[in-house]
Design a binder for this molecule. Structure first.
Ligand code: NAG
Ligand code: NAG
Ligand code: NAG
Ligand code: NAG
Ligand code: NAG
Ligand code: NAG
Ligand code: NAG
Ligand code: NAG
Ligand code: NAG
Ligand code: NAG
Ligand code: NAG
Ligand code: CU
Length: 601
């Protein structure tokens, strides 16, 4: 097993619970427990009483295991990247462009100490796609759920239970930082909807820029997004011109079925992926297991994940795994004309693949909304009654300076690092500043329906990948996918015709989905998790420019249930941050504060 690393795994017992210190993964323990029932021929089984059909939103195995990790964030100048180009500045996790993978089993507690060793920036780490059920203070959204962790050695211990399982990633939510490299992957082992032999683990794909994220944000304030300079696949790729660097090279075992965990950790580029001569079978989307289906290509919007299985059933050889950027440019552009990785059958010769394959059919930047979750949910969208109170129009304001300011319901989010929303909650203070873009919802265990509408009157509008913290949402419907010839076709939500087309019976459920260019998206989430939860576009430049709201769900329940120790840690960190910022930071806050470093002044 590739991730096996017994020498660095320390096991010891603390009272009745097991603590596993795992810098790299502790696969021995994970495999040992899983093998009691989760076998190659039956991945649906997990452990007594828990399997693929268990409703993971209400039931979590009790493992008594805590997995501890330490992440140190540092700033490095003149750093040579995987394709040989020297970048003026990067921000790394444990010295790597992509930080260590956080491994756990379903039901484990995960304790992660994040130490901010940057020179001037604060940081906060968001565990993307983890619902943080009952643990809003661990969501890592600075300005919302915490003050940033101050630089030069500030630290925070994030602690939460892995109530879901599957594939995800973590990233800084402090302005530009994730584009500078503060990103890593998460693998939580659990049951699967299809048997497989070998878990190849995480496979992140990201756009890659030679300029710093901070400079790019300055640029995108007044200009369209630049083409990415390269696309990194599992952290590597060759330079498109010089050929420096190397391809990611995945070994497949002939005759075996492999699980691969695709993750789109881009800041801007959406991709389609395909493997020459092979199909892929999807078994999970984001952290939601789905009834498996087979496809030749998959579209991944920023932040989206697909777990797929790949059968190594073709001739022993080398095959290209291709990342295709749709030609229309709406999904981002790259200077790399054909980013790719090698899939190498064990026993094949060592050369490059030869068959070029066929470019996949262009999905026009849209994700598949026909997924069927294994654990089903049913809502009643037919009862949805559109009103300004449940509609969130998206608008690009180009009337001022900077040129590009993004609004939801007429307002750009601009979080206050020094007084996060949770501070208001703790104080019982309801005078939220309008720029927090608070949308209050009750906590009543009901479906909460939201119509997100793109600007049909704009000269030109873009698809946006919408991400919600704290919940997986139902994708009840969206406007038709525009054709290549008419990408800007206008679709206004029309209750008379559209309500009957919505799918309430076990629709696609996930944590990121695409809002069509000049169209609409209708989602619903169950109000069962009190907290302050961001919903934002995951294109870094857009959220930097304000494209987010903050759902404040069940505020009094939230206040009454905040653990005392967490509140104390929150206050202590805010005191330290407030002593630092703005008086000690040589740099000002120049954007919405929850992504890229610049935009709103
Ligand atoms: C980084 O490179 C620049 C330009 O070559 C140079 O001026 C600077 O001194 C270098 N910084 C460090 C820390 O090496
Ligand atoms: C994990 O964090 C929780 C909450 O801070 C704490 O109670 C627990 O002792 C920690 N466990 C370990 C092993 O560090
Ligand atoms: C964060 O650090 C970057 C790189 O050093 C710098 O450009 C930016 O101004 C800093 N922002 C803050 C708020 O410290
Ligand atoms: C991705 O890269 C890491 C680090 O180089 C490697 O350990 C891992 O096996 C690679 N993953 C796959 C699926 O090849
Ligand atoms: C990642 O998401 C971005 C933005 O949504 C998209 O442009 C890109 O194509 C996605 N990548 C993949 C591999 O799907
Ligand atoms: C890919 O990895 C395999 C197994 O390590 C190796 O034999 C092969 O030479 C590699 N391919 C390339 C192009 O480096
Ligand atoms: C792979 O597909 C190419 C066409 O793209 C075909 O020529 C080749 O025979 C196929 N190879 C295998 C092993 O199926
Ligand atoms: C896959 O990538 C290789 C290497 O960049 C390229 O030669 C080939 O044309 C690509 N195929 C597709 C279908 O994009
Ligand atoms: C919208 O919300 C406001 C404030 O709660 C309320 O007064 C108004 O009646 C609501 N409008 C609709 C159409 O529900
Ligand atoms: C959007 O703004 C309008 C006007 O200020 C307000 O009536 C409506 O309630 C807001 N909608 C939401 C979802 O907050
Ligand atoms: C509520 O918050 C505002 C803004 O920070 C502050 O001015 C006000 O004093 C607070 N009110 C109370 C009762 O704490
Ligand atoms: Cu996020």
């Amino acid at each position: 097993m590739k991730f096996f690393s017994a020498s660095i795994v320390t096991l010891f017992t603390l009272l009745s619970s097991t603590v596993i210190e795992a810098a790299p993964p502790s696969f021995p323990a994970l495999e040992a427990r899983a093998s009691t029932c989760n076998t190659a021929s039956n991945r649906a089984c997990w452990t007594t009483g828990f399997d693929i059909n268990t409703d993971y939103e209400t039931s979590t195995p009790t493992t008594g295991v805590t997995r501890t990790y330490s992440l140190s964030i540092t700033e490095v100048d003149n750093w040579t990247g995987p394709d040989g180009v020297v970048k003026p500045k990067v921000m790394l996790v444990n010295g790597k462009l992509q930080g260590p993978t956080i491994f756990a089993d379903w039901g484990d507690r995960i304790n992660i100490t994040v130490t901010n060793n940057l020179r001037t920036n604060g940081t906060s780490i968001h565990w993307h796609g983890l619902r943080q059920f009952g643990s809003n203070l661990q969501d890592g959204a600075n300005g919302v759920t915490e003050c940033p962790i101050p630089p030069k050695g500030g630290s925070k211990v994030y602690s939460f239970v892995a109530t879901q399982y599957g594939t995800s990633w973590y990233h800084s939510h402090f302005s530009a930082q994730y584009g500078n490299g503060v990103v890593g992957t998460i693998q939580i082992n659990g049951p699967a909807s299809l048997p497989y032999d070998i878990d190849l683990g995480v496979f992140p794909i990201t756009d890659y820029y030679y300029q710093t994220a901070d400079d790019l944000v300055e640029f995108t304030k007044n200009n369209g997004a630049p083409a990415s300079d390269n696309i990194l696949i599992n952290g590597t790729n060759v330079h498109p011109v010089t050929g420096a660097g190397k391809y990611a090279n995945v070994t497949l075992t002939p005759g075996k079925r492999h699980r691969l965990r695709l993750i789109n950790t881009s800041v801007e580029n959406h991709f389609q992926v395909s493997l020459v001569n092979h199909s892929m079978t999807v078994i999970a989307a984001d952290m939601v297991p789905v009834n498996s289906y087979t496809t030749d290509t998959l579209f991944l919007g920023v932040g989206q994940r697909y777990d797929v299985t790949i059968d190594a059933s073709k001739a022993v050889g080398n095959y290209w795994f291709n990342v295709t950027l749709p030609p229309n440019g709406f999904c981002g552009t790259s200077a790399h004309p054909a980013p790719a990785a090698i899939f190498h059958y064990a026993g094949a010769s060592g050369g490059l693949p030869t068959a070029p394959g066929t470019p996949p059919v262009d999905t026009l930047c849209y994700d598949n909304t026909d997924l069927v979750p294994v654990v089903s949910r049913t809502a009643s969208p037919g009862n949805f009654n559109p009103s300004p109170n449940n509609s969130l129009p998206v608008h690009l304001d180009t009337s001022g300076s900077p040129l590009f300011v993004w609004q939801m319901n007429g307002s750009s989010i601009n979080v206050n690092w020094n007084k996060p929303v949770l501070q208001y909650v703790i104080e019982g203070n309801t005078s939220y500043p309008p720029s927090e873009n608070i949308v209050s919802v009750a906590s009543n265990n009901q479906w909460s329906y939201w119509l997100i509408e793109n600007d049909i009157d704009a000269v030109f509008s873009l698809p946006h990948p919408f991400h919600l913290h704290g919940h997986d949402f139902l994708v009840l419907g969206r406007s038709p996918v525009a054709t290549p010839a008419f990408p800007q076709t206008r679709y206004k939500f029309n209750p008379a015709t559209d309500l009957s087309l919505l799918k309430g019976n076990n629709p696609t459920r996930r944590d990121v989905t695409m809002l069509p260019a000049k169209g609409w998206l209708l989602i619903a989430f169950k109000t069962d998790n009190p907290g302050a939860w961001l919903m934002h576009c995951h294109i870094a430049w857009h959220v930097s420019g304000g494209l987010s709201v903050d759902f404040l769900e069940g505020v009094s329940t939230l206040r009454n249930n905040l653990p005392a120790a967490d509140k104390a840690a929150f206050a202590d960190n805010c005191n330290k941050w407030n002593a630092y910022f703005p008086s000690q930071d040589p740099f000002p806050k120049v954007d919405s504060g929850i992504k890229r470093d610049s935009y709103l002044y």
